[in-house]
Design a protein. Structure first.
Length: 216
């Protein structure tokens, strides 16, 4: 979600990030496409992968370092952080942010993993495999409910039971889980951040960030 610009700190403080507009790139997320995973550094920015939640395709989000945003901004778009437990590693496969054996989204992965383990130990008690980011990106058709806004509110999505766990890449899937009462959503208003769409080329030429231990 996007460098949630050090979400570990944002959970207890205000968000940090700014906006730099770049070309949008949405890639196919079909079965043969490798899932982009992990944050990369690009100049003084961090670029990370996200699913366009209205199409299921891949996109990328860029946030600069050391920029702050008003956490009380009324114009925010939701970005979902869908958490997956260790037990589904073989069925879920690759995720936008891998938590094991080390976290490749170190500025927020350990924090949201710790949140999942603490809130739903029946599902995440044996650890977190990783998480995906879902957001309505600019290429999403407005008639289907796209809500692109450079100010993002992270919402952690936690499965209530192991039987409910499935790979979620679209808003339609998430809405089905909501209707079934299968997930708990945890908004993080203290972690609101600014982010912009980035190109696949920017992600490809970035340098992977140093991973963090898979602990909160």
């Amino acid at each position: 979600m996007m460098n949630f610009n050090r979400l570990k700190a944002r959970i207890g403080m205000s968000a940090a990030a700014g906006v730099v507009m770049m070309a949008t790139a949405v890639l196919s997320a079909d079965a043969g496409a490798a899932v982009p995973s992990g944050e990369v550094q690009f100049a003084n920015n961090v670029v990370e992968p996200v699913y366009n939640d209205l199409t299921g395709g891949f996109a990328f989000l860029l946030t600069p370092e050391n920029a702050h945003v008003n956490a009380n901004s009324p114009n925010v778009a939701d970005i979902y952080i869908v958490m997956y437990p260790t037990e589904v590693a073989n069925t879920i496969g690759g995720v936008n942010c891998q938590h094991q054996p080390a976290d490749n989204c170190p500025d927020h992965g350990p924090a949201v993993a710790g949140l999942a383990e603490a809130m739903v130990p029946a599902v995440y008690g044996n650890g977190v495999w990783g998480h995906d980011h879902l957001a309505s990106m600019p290429a999403a058709p407005p008639v289907r409910g796209g809500e692109f806004n450079p100010t993002w509110l992270p919402i952690v999505v936690l499965f209530k039971t192991m039987d409910a766990v499935t790979h979620v890449t679209t808003l339609d899937q998430l809405n089905q889980l909501r209707a079934a009462g299968a997930v708990t959503e945890v908004p993080l208003p203290g972690a609101i951040f600014l982010g912009s769409p980035a190109s696949a080329a920017a992600y490809a030429r970035g340098t992977p960030v140093d991973p963090a231990p898979p602990t909160p």
